[in-house]
Design a protein around this ligand. Sequence first.
Ligand SMILES: Cc1cc2nc3c(=O)[nH]c(=O)nc-3n(C[C@H](O)[C@H](O)[C@H](O)COP(=O)(O)OP(=O)(O)OC[C@H]3O[C@@H](n4cnc5c(N)ncnc54)[C@H](O)[C@@H]3O)c2cc1C
Length: 329
Amino acid sequence: MTDIWVFVQLRDGEIEDTTFGLVTEAKRLLKQASDSGRITAVALGPASYSDLETLGHCGVDRVLWMNDEQLTRYQGEIFGRALLDLVQKKSPTCLLMAQSPETEDLAQRVAAGLQTALVTRAVDFHLGDDGTAAAVRPVANGYLFEDLTLNTQPAPIVLFLPAVLFDTTPELETAAPVTPIPAPHSADDLRTRTVEVIEAAPEDLDLEEADIIIAGGRGVGKDGAFDIILSLARAIGGSVGGTRPVIDWGTLPYERQIGQTGKYVSPRLIINCGISGANEYTAGMEKSHQIIAIDRNPRARMFRFADLGIVGDVHEILPLLISRIEGRK
Ligand SMILES: Cc1cc2nc3c(=O)[nH]c(=O)nc-3n(C[C@H](O)[C@H](O)[C@H](O)COP(=O)(O)OP(=O)(O)OC[C@H]3O[C@@H](n4cnc5c(N)ncnc54)[C@H](O)[C@@H]3O)c2cc1C
């Protein structure tokens, strides 16, 4: 029987939206499968039992839940062993995950343990009925796309870019049965241990974790001109992101790119400076809770997404904003 596994992305015990996007993908794959099949959601770590049950409303047939004190905080070796053990015992057809720093690490561990195919940054995935599967992923920072074919034995692991995942509408009344699964290994034989957890400076914080993001685009300018974005980030306690031109210049590293071929972010506040709002950029940040846009072109597409829009030169507005923020400290 086709058994599509969806990895439940949890943040502080809450199910992240990308999980529902994966369920949408799983439903699409099931429709194309020759048998009726089922969707299994797999959760590792603390979560609400009732939240897991409600995945059934979106079409999940069952939930496998491993919760253990070792799984409270992400630790690659522990999570990797736990998920590998589960996949080896239950033999799913494939395992779908949403791309994030943690799943990137986790998927590689499980794929290595299984000796199976792994596709990262996927934008499309199909199961064939001849023991093969196909996937598409962007390469060269979105300038090219790669078509891949892979074997389906053992189960391939596919990490979807969050920007291509779309929520599923709850359609059913049925709760999914949640099966608690014991964690397989004790911590005694671990090869790596977390000794200390060090908080990052806000401007260095991973974009996907950040509460506030200051994003700069081509309109801010290269090199020294971009320092104004860093200054605002330090003043407000935000992380720094950019559009593709800023990454192409080398002003910010690739891990700071927001958008379809970069990071998918949903902070509490994002301030977009000198960014026109191209589709490929907004796809990566439109789920942010509060959006501010600063651009000198009043017709910039970015303003369509903004809760607050400021028309003007970033190099005039940002120094004023920074001095106001500093003045209130
Ligand atoms: C397959 C593919 C994938 C892509 N993936 C991504 C992606 O992941 N992320 C991404 O960002 N892009 C991506 N792009 C590129 C995207 O299409 C846009 O080209 C890019 O987002 C534009 O970046 P920008 O807004 O910084 O630059 P521009 O579009 O050039 O906009 C600059 C803005 O700055 C304003 N401005 C200029 N000077 C000032 C000033 N002094 N003060 C205030 N405003 C000023 C201008 O009015 C303008 O609105 C992708 C493209 C393709 C084809």
